[in-house]
Ligand binder design. Sequence first.
Ligand code: XMP
Length: 586
Amino acid sequence: MNPTPQIIVLDAGGQYCHLEARKVRDLGVYAEVRPSETRAGDLAGAKGIIISGGPASVYDPESPTCDPAIFSTGQAVLGICYGQQLMAHLLGGTVTRGEKGEYGLATLELDEADDPLFSGLAGRQQIWMSHRDVVAEPPAGFTVVGRTDTCAVAAISAAERKLYGVQFHPEVVHTLRGREYLRNFVFGVCECVPDWEPRGRVLTLEQEIRDTVGGRSVFFFVSGGVDSSVAYTLCTRALGAGRVRGVYVDTGLMREGETDFVSRLGVTVEQASDRFLGALAGVTDPERKRHIIGEEFVRVQERIIDARHIFEENWILGQGTIYPDTIESGGTAKAAVIKTHHNRVAGIRKLIESGRIVEPLKSFYKDEVREVGRELGLPAELLERHPFPGPGLAIRCLCAESGAAVRATPDGYVIPVHSVGVQGDSRSYAPVLAINASAAIDGHAALDHERATALINRLSGVNRVIAAVATRAPLAEMRVRASSLTPERIERLRRADAIVRRISHESGFDGTVWQFPVILIPLGAGVAPDSVVLRPVDSVDGMTARSVAMSPELLDRMCQELMAIPEIAGVFYDLTHKPPATIEWE
Ligand code: XMP
């Protein structure tokens, strides 16, 4: 059983609520997330409430709000960013639209304040801001205790009522003293006592699994990812391997060595690559790829469930669901699509509906799952894995309906291969701009990520900039070839991906990035039909991401090995942040 949460984070949209809850848990205090509109009466057990940041404006009629009664229960409340604005708005202050907005690093000037939240933090300090609206006038009874050059009300306090607001984000690392603000809130204001330690929970988790499962057996679909592997291992430890069955579906779209890697966990491998690759033959459209893969998963899973009589009463389903998955705002839209496909399997639905499910990690965040995995003795190689998309290499192997030449423009070469981007709130699907790595954009070095991203914002009709690091022919002479998803191209990509992964691992570079997709594009030169794109990114949750710089030596090493593959016409380096591009190309 988890403790009763001492801190509840009200989710006001976006992903900040999870970061805030995680940072509170890092302090050793159990925190959970609830929808922002949760009634005050349902929050009664908590010592403190955090109203999270979010992208909305309090004047938008659709924007998240909260129960105003939470401000008069005597519980402490900290509003962060949008949370501060909402608190000010509901208590009679004024919020206005800022002239320019403030995004990124800023300097906070914090007054000496005689209250437990701001105690010991007075002075100038680096903070991180991301807002357009501002609190113009705090509610009656509040004191303004902090400001920046462009934000006059950056921290407010009504200490005797235990109500506080900050316009900046204490939960992000760029707010250098952020952890101290949270610690002051949790221990100084709310007087919480430490009650949460993900380490040392293995025995409790095992007991919980035994209590839930009773005398039955557990069936798992294991993906090779961290969550399902840790959940599966916990169940085998709790119940003994004989009562836990794990199956891994080899779709033929996995990375090199993946199947061997997963079988070391003791799961059975269901070979289905012919089915998947057969169903995908000739397909070029990315969403159709996803759909076909989802449908195929459904069929394979249904067959496995039928063949092993999993419907019968003595089976229950194990899943590696983690905390953000249980809350509506978690996950990306695309991940959600994949999940819908998986959840559609009638057999699985039946097990879930009848309560025959065990999800041992459902209140843990990813880093806490890694902690549990370490305690179980699982190898770092598994626990530190980068995220890998469900549809696998299929969405990293780009296709083209027909052949076409590249088009020279004053800014570079437009490559008629479409990739996905995110501009504003909508997704774009547009060609890519390639520049020579030796050339300069606007007088800056070509491998300049900020410039590349600025270029996209200036140009229309493209959503990504890649630099040609090595090519078999000048860019102007390269051509896009008509191509679809074939076993040969998947194998080519798998080989290129394995090279990049190995070098990235040997050099330690993989430990510095969040994810490192390698993409195959049908851009050829002479007899070589395809090119490879390197896409190292840093991110916190995948919602936004920064393209990461690689040293010339590292790039050079990768290029040498990749260009030794005769079918590879060129190596490119994706310089674009998200937004305006996305992490994956499709
Ligand atoms: P994007 O490309 O949207 O990716 O910037 C954000 C994160 O989501 C992963 N991703 C997927 N994961 N099924 C998945 O399970 C998918 O269809 C899918 N598409 C993207 C991506 O790898 C990144 O971590």
